[in-house]
Design a protein around this ligand. Structure first.
Ligand code: SF4
Ligand code: SF4
Length: 435
C-alpha cells in the first residue's frame, strides 16, 4: 500500500546525496579488526585465541547483554592477535584476523531455508545467532528486545529508510539493491508479532528506492511503503509510531510498542533467517570533499577505513583530509585515525578537506534562548535547559528534563544559531549517567 507523510520543519535544503551511485563490491586484502567493545560500557568475551583458524561467518566474540553486539568474522584466515587497537571510540581490545583473501565460509552459512516453515523460536534463534538486528542500536535497540517481547505486544514494525543526513546514501542503496531482502526482513518481523502493521519509510526524494520497494512489497499483506518528506530525523520508536498513527487516523494514547529497524538491519534479518548468514557485510557511503571517487561500497565488517579510502581512489589530488567522520556529518563520530574498522552500523565514512568543526567552535556564542532546538527536537525535549544542566554536570536536573530520552540525533546542534555543542554534551551526560 502506498502512503505518504509530511514532517514539520525540515532542515535547510543542504542535502548533497550521492544518489546515483549503486555500490561497488570491495573485497579487503589487509588484516580485519573486530573490537570486543562496540558500545561504551559493553564488552564482549572472545571465543577464539591467537593462532586459531577462522572462517567467514564464524562467531568471534559474544555479548551476554545484547547478542547483536558480538562479532562475527567476515573473512577466513588466522587470529593474529587480541590486543588494543584504535576504534571509533578510542583504543579498545580487538580481535585481529590475518585475512587469507579466500573468504571461505563456516558450515551452514549460505544454506537456503524456507523461512515460512520456521517457528517463532527458530526465527529468534537465527536472528540472535547471526547478530542480525539492531544495526543502529543506540536509537533502535531491536535485537535486545525481540526475545523479550511477547506476540501481541507490538502494534507496528517500521523500517526507517528516511535517511535524512546530507551526503549519505547507503540506506537508499540498500533499499534499491536489496529491496527483496528488506521487505522479507520486515515480513519475518511481522511473523513474530502477528497483528502488527508493517511500514517502510523512504525519503520522498528517493524515487528509485520508492519504486523498487513498492514493487517488492506489492504482494506483501499488511505492509505500507511511506514516502517521507523529512529533512530531519523522525525520532525514536515512540515518535515514529505516533507519526504513523496520526497519519493513519489510528492514534490512541494507549498503544502497544513499536519496533523500528534500519534497512541494513532488515536485510540482515532476512539473510540470517533465510540463509544462515551473519551480519558481516554492509553498504558504506564514502564521501566528502577529500575523496577521489566518492560512492557506495559493499564492504566486509572489520575492513579498515584506511583501506576503504584507498578502494575509493584515495584523496583527490592536492586535497588534505582535515576531518574524518564515521557516520553522517551531523550525528557521526570524528575519527582521529583511519586505522579503525568498519562496523555493522557504519553507514558512511566522510573525509572532509575543510575543517568545519574548528570554524564552528570559533563562532560559538552564548545561548540566545531562541528556542529553535526545542522546536526541532524529534524527542520533544528542551535542549536549551538540558544544556544548562549538562554544563553544570547536574545529573539530577538532567534526569528531570528527561535527558535519558535523547536519541543523539544531533538536530539541536544543527539548528542552533549560537553553535552550542548540544548533542555532544548530551552524549557525554548519557555516558556519565550510564556509568
Ligand atoms: S536533544 Fe538534541 S540530540 Fe537529543 S533528541 Fe533532541 S534534538 Fe536530538
Ligand atoms: S537553539 Fe541554541 S541558542 Fe537557541 S535556545 Fe537552543 S541552545 Fe539556545
Amino acid at each position: 500500500m502506498k502512503n505518504s507523510i509530511f514532517v514539520r520543519e525540515a532542515l535547510p535544503p543542504e542535502k548533497e546525496y550521492v544518489l546515483d551511485y549503486v555500490h561497488t563490491l570491495y573485497e579487503p586484502a589487509g588484516d580485519m579488526i573486530f573490537p570486543l567493545s562496540q558500545r561504551s560500557g559493553v564488552t564482549c568475551r572472545p571465543l577464539v585465541a591467537v593462532g586459531d583458524p577462522v572462517l567467514a561467518g564464524q562467531q568471534l566474540s559474544e555479548c551476554a547483554e545484547n547478542p547483536a553486539l558480538g562479532a562475527w568474522s567476515s573473512c577466513s584466515g588466522t587470529v593474529k592477535a587480541i590486543e588494543r587497537r584504535p576504534t571509533r571510540t578510542g583504543e579498545a581490545e580487538c580481535i585481529v584476523v590475518e585475512n587469507d583473501r579466500k573468504f571461505r565460509t563456516a558450515e551452514g552459512v549460505g544454506v537456503r531455508t524456507d523461512w515460512m516453515e520456521l517457528g517463532r523460536a527458530e526465527i529468534l534463534r537465527r536472528i540472535r545467532e547471526a547478530g542480525a538486528a539492531g544495526s543502529a542500536a543506540a536509537r533502535y535497540p531491536t535485537s535486545a528486545r525481540l526475545d523479550s517481547l511477547a506476540p501481541g505486544t507490538v502494534s507496528r514494525v517500521v523500517i526507517d529508510g528516511s535517511e535524512w543526513e546530507p551526503l549519505i546514501s547507503s540506506d537508499d542503496d540498500i533499499l534499491r539493491t536489496f529491496a527483496h531482502g528488506v521487505v522479507t526482513g520486515l515480513r519475518i518481523l511481522l511473523r513474530l508479532f502477528p497483528g502488527a502493521e508493517g511500514a517502510i519509510l523512504i525519503g520522498e526524494d528517493k524515487q528509485r528506492a520508492l519504486d523498487t520497494v513498492w514493487d517488492a512489497a506489492e504482494d506483501a499483506a499488511g505492509i505500507q511503503v511511506v514516502a517521507v518528506s523529512a529533512g530531519r530525523p523522525l525520532g525514536g520508536e515512540a515518535m515514529i509510531d505516533r507519526l504513523l498513527a496520526w497519519n493513519n487516523n489510528s492514534y490512541t494514547s494507549e498503544r502497544a510498542c513499536c519496533l523500528v529497524e534500519t534497512p541494513a538491519g532488515a536485510n540482515a534479518i532476512c539473510e540470517a533467517v533465510c540463509s544462515g548468514t551473519p551480519f558481516f557485510r554492509r553498504v558504506v557511503t564514502v564521501a566528502g570533499s577529500a575523496v577521489a571517487r566518492p560512492g557506495n561500497y559493499l564492504v566486509r565488517v572489520g575492513t579498515s577505513c584506511a583501506e576503504l579510502l584507498a578502494a575509493a581512489g584515495g584523496t583527490r589530488p592536492g586535497a588534505e583530509i582535515k576531518k574524518a567522520v564515521m557516520g553522517g556529518p551531523i550525528t557521526g563520530l570524528s575519527l582521529s585515525t583511519l586505522d579503525v574498522p568498519v562496523q555493522k552500523d557504519t553507514g558512511a565514512l566522510l573525509l572532509l578537506a575543510e575543517d568545519g568543526e574548528e570554524s564552528a567552535r570559533e563562532a560559538m556564542t552564548e545561548c540566545i534562548r531562541c528556542g529553535r532546538c526545542a522546536r526541532a527536537c524529534p524527542a520533544g525535549l528542551m535542549p536549551m535547559l538540558m544544556l544548562k544542566a549538562a554544563e553544570k554536570c547536574d545529573q539530577k536536573e538532567y534526569a528531570r528534563l528527561h535527558g535519558a530520552e535523547c536519541i543523539s540525533c544531533g538536530v539541536c546542534t544543527w539548528t542552533c544559531p549560537a553553535k552550542q555543542p548540544l548533542s555532544q554534551l548530551f552524549a557525554y551526560m548519557g555516558a556519565l549517567i550510564k556509568k
